[in-house]
Every structure is written in structure tokens, then in C-alpha cells.
Design a binder for this molecule. Structure first.
Ligand SMILES: [Zn+2]
Ligand SMILES: [Zn+2]
Length: 351
């Protein structure tokens, strides 16, 4: 077992050593053992929420968004510029606040230096990026395409709720189910749906059309999370279409989109935790080493760490050198080069 802070690979180039990593191998999901034990499922359902977590903060933010920062539902019966612009500007400012704030804190002002940072390499100035600059490229795709697609889905949802086209769930209908929806939405959006859509995005034609753009980023930062091609944004956010068949309240719909959008900058921040900079400060969980491994080794960890589709489907990378070997062998067998660096270089050539 590797202790955190140790490089997982010895004898490879310095670029492949992590600056910091959690204890390895990664523990895997508690529901990976079949048949699933009810207690293990409960741990997945409630784990990651308490005592204070990103999910809890986003849930509070979505309630606040619905209560004070959204147009009244009656206004949304017709597509009108005023309420649609209100949602667009609010979403734009929210993403700038979260991704921009994290970038300034972690990378511009370096308030915690490299403490809990995964990669040792910095952001790149390379031809494969729009404007030849990784950060500018990431900001552009996140704002121009990401915010637009997020807003388009939200506008369509609000219009559908207002016109009775989406099944509506109020607090009084079923308070327990109303709360349970908050717990289930991230498991569906960031695990079940994400795994299969992400596998689809690695299908060569879709990869070359869309997903290559997100994978230009090997060392990721807050702006990399939502830096995607419009086709990928369309597919990535399509998990919210579940609300067409499952009864929900607009606050659930807003929460669903906000977890997908606002957890992208945090999970790609490149830091396991955000701290006040003090050595004794335990910090707030931020990054996702599980997905960081996907950016480096490519043919692995397509889903989220909670529902173990990767473990069930043989695409799991637990951070160890043995897993790297397995992933590379699998990639070679499928005729794909599993090395992220090589892939990034080949993307540069194919553009
Ligand atoms: Zn991918
Ligand atoms: Zn990513």
C-alpha cells in the first residue's frame, strides 16, 4: 500500500510522479460487492454529505437560487427575453464566482501553495489549446458553451414545469421523497448517467468530434471542469431529462444542473482539499483523484467513485502501478494508446 504523498510510479519520468495523492489503492465503492448490502448502499447515499460538504453547499445554493434568484414560474409559460436573460446572467455569474474564485485562490494567489495538489506540472501554453493558452481556452469553452447549454436546459425545464409538461412534486405531496430526491440526484447524474455517457464519448467518432477538447487537459484546474465541446455539454447535462419521467420540483431540477455544472470546477481543481493555508487545517474535500486518474490514464474511471460501474465493467484504476499496467494492456488490446501524454500529443496533430 502506498502512503499519501508517495509517488505511485517509480522508475518513470518525473512528470508522472504525483505531487500529492490520497492513500492508495483507492478504497473502491462500498457497494462493489455483490449482492449489495443495504447498509453499504445507505453509506453511499448519505456519505459525502456530512458534516459539511460540497453537496450540502450546492443543495443550500439551489434552494437559495429557487427562492430568490429565479423567475416566478408563472412568468415562464411563454419564452420571454426578461426571465431567460435573468437565468443566463445568474448562471454566468455563478460559474465565474466558483471557477474564477477557485482559480484565483489556488493558482493566482497560491494561498495553499502545493498543499494537497495532485499534479506537479503547471498549465500549458500549447498549440492544441484555443488561444494557445490552457487557462484562456478553458475559460472560453466553459463560459461560451457551458453556461449557454446549462441555461438552455434550465429555461426548457422551467418552461415545461410552468406549462404542466413535467410531472410536478411538491413538499406536501411526499416530504420524505422530496428530501430523498436530493440524495439520489447526484448518484444518478454523476455516476449512473455519467458513466455510460462518458463511455459513449470515448467512442472514436464522438471522441474526435467532441470529447478530445476536454481531454486536452492533463493537469486540470477549476476552469478545465466545464471546458467541453457543445456536443459534450449537450450529452453531459442530458441527465436532467430524467425529470421528464420522474416527478420533481423545480428546486430539484436546479439542484441537478448545479451539481453537474458547479462540481466540475471543484472536481477538476487539481487539489484534494481547499484549506485556509494553515498546516493544522484539515480543509474541505474538493478534488476527485478518481477522475484525475482518468485525465492521466484515459481508458479508466469513466464514472464516479460512488456507484462502481468501473469496478463492475473492468475499467477501474485504483491509483497503483499494477492498475496502470492493466489499463495500458487493455488499451493496447483495444488498439488505443492508454498514455494520456501521447493522446494529448496526437490530439494536437489531428487538429
Ligand atoms: Zn474522457
Ligand atoms: Zn474531466
Amino acid at each position: 500500500m502506498l502512503e499519501s504523498g508517495q509517488a505511485p510510479e517509480s522508475g518513470t519520468a518525473t512528470r508522472s510522479a504525483w505531487s500529492w495523492h490520497p492513500e492508495l489503492p483507492l478504497p473502491g465503492s462500498p457497494v462493489s460487492v455483490w449482492p449489495i448490502k443495504p447498509f453499504a448502499f445507505l453509506k453511499v447515499l448519505v456519505g459525502g454529505w456530512l458534516p459539511i460538504s460540497e453537496k450540502l453547499i450546492i443543495a443550500a445554493l439551489s434552494i437559495l437560487t429557487w427562492a430568490w434568484l429565479s423567475p416566478a414560474l408563472e412568468r415562464c409559460r411563454e419564452f420571454e427575453f426578461g426571465w431567460m436573460a435573468q437565468i443566463y446572467v445568474r448562471n454566468l455569474l455563478l460559474l465565474i464566482l466558483v471557477a474564477g474564485g477557485l482559480h484565483l485562490y489556488l493558482y493566482t494567489f497560491r494561498r495553499q501553495n502545493s498543499r494537497f495538489r495532485y499534479e506537479s506540472r503547471g498549465f500549458e501554453h500549447a498549440r492544441r489549446f484555443t488561444f494557445n493558452n490552457q487557462v484562456h481556452d478553458n475559460i472560453f469553452w466553459s463560459l461560451a458553451s457551458g453556461v449557454t447549454m446549462w441555461t438552455a436546459y434550465e429555461i426548457a425545464g422551467m418552461w415545461a414545469y410552468a406549462n404542466g409538461l413535467m410531472p410536478f412534486l411538491s413538499w406536501n405531496d411526499n416530504p420524505a421523497w422530496f428530501v430523498a430526491m436530493f440524495l439520489l440526484i447526484p448518484l444518478f447524474g454523476a455516476n449512473v448517467h455519467f458513466y455510460w455517457i462518458h463511455r459513449l464519448l470515448h467512442w472514436r467518432p464522438l471522441y474526435r468530434t467532441a470529447h478530445y477538447l476536454h481531454h486536452r487537459n492533463v493537469a486540470t484546474g477549476p476552469w478545465s471542469g466545464l471546458s467541453m465541446h457543445p456536443v459534450e455539454h449537450l450529452l453531459y447535462l442530458s441527465s436532467c431529462l430524467i425529470h421528464v419521467v420522474v416527478a420533481s420540483h423545480p428546486v430539484h431540477f436546479i439542484f441537478h444542473l448545479q451539481t453537474k455544472v458547479l462540481q466540475a470546477p471543484t472536481s477538476h481543481s487539481g487539489f484534494e482539499k481547499i484549506t485556509a493555508g494553515d498546516e493544522s487545517d484539515g480543509g474541505l474535500k474538493l478534488g476527485d483523484f478518481f477522475h484525475q486518474l482518468h485525465h492521466r490514464y484515459f481508458e479508466c474511471n469513466y464514472g464516479g467513485p460512488e456507484i462502481p460501474f468501473d469496478q463492475w465493467c473492468g475499467t477501474y484504476h485504483d491509483g497503483t502501478p499494477e492498475a496502470t499496467k492493466r489499463v495500458r494492456e487493455r488499451a493496447r488490446f483495444r488498439g488505443v494508446d492508454g498514455s494520456r501524454t501521447t493522446r494529448a500529443e496526437s490530439d494536437t496533430r489531428s487538429r
